[in-house]
Design a binder for this molecule. Structure first.
Ligand SMILES: [Zn+2]
Length: 193
């Protein structure tokens, strides 16, 4: 397990203001442990500036940052998809798809379908522990005052862990978001056992 960043969710959406920013973020966490072509295992690549996809130098297979993740082929924009996943991770009660649809201006059907996908991914992460190389990103969900304090165990704040399971050959296997009570190793371990 490796933790490589810590930031507030409010801060996150202030920095990642476009779908392209979110793609860049996804590419960063996806290949944080190194790149290996899914087709031929070659390690050298060219980054496509338009979408941060990686183009293998040997076989020219192009892999998008969203491939093999929840976010693949999301038509309503990556940033909105991120918002849904974060909201669902921190919600104490289940969030309705019509509520979500209104909030981020997408159709109820689209919201329902994506939220269903997120729930399945969350369930699979509960029943199948993450193995191998796992990267973790931590977020604090709350007001502006959180930004100054950064990482803290203040009980009023909601904390989310984003875990990405990486398969050396195939890239990201699962991306997983979970709300935790605090940053103790006991809490963090919950997502891996
Ligand atoms: Zn290749």
């Amino acid at each position: 397990m490796e933790s490589f960043k810590s930031e507030s969710i409010v801060d996150f959406f202030n920095v990642y203001t476009t779908d392209l920013d979110c793609l860049k973020y996804l590419s960063r966490i996806k290949w944080h442990g190194g790149y290996s072509c899914v087709k031929c295992s070659h390690k050298k690549f060219i980054v496509r500036k338009a979408n941060f996809a990686r183009d293998c130098n040997r076989c020219h297979h192009i892999e998008s940052p969203t491939a093999n993740t929840l976010f693949h082929r999301v038509r309503f924009g990556l940033r909105k998809a991120f918002i849904i996943v974060f909201e669902m991770s921190v919600a104490t009660k289940s969030v309705s798809s019509s509520q979500m649809a209104r909030r981020i201006s997408i159709s109820r059907q689209t919201a329902w379908l994506f939220m269903h996908k997120v729930r399945i991914a969350m369930k699979s992460s509960e029943s199948q522990p993450m193995m191998g190389q796992v990267f973790v990103d931590e977020f604090v969900y709350g007001g502006k005052e959180d930004l100054k304090q950064g990482r803290s165990n203040d009980s009023k704040k909601k904390k989310i862990v984003v875990a990405v399971e990486v398969d050396k050959k195939r890239g990201v296997k699962r991306a997983y978001f979970k709300r935790i009570e605090n940053y103790s190793s006991k809490e963090l371990n919950k997502i891996f056992i």
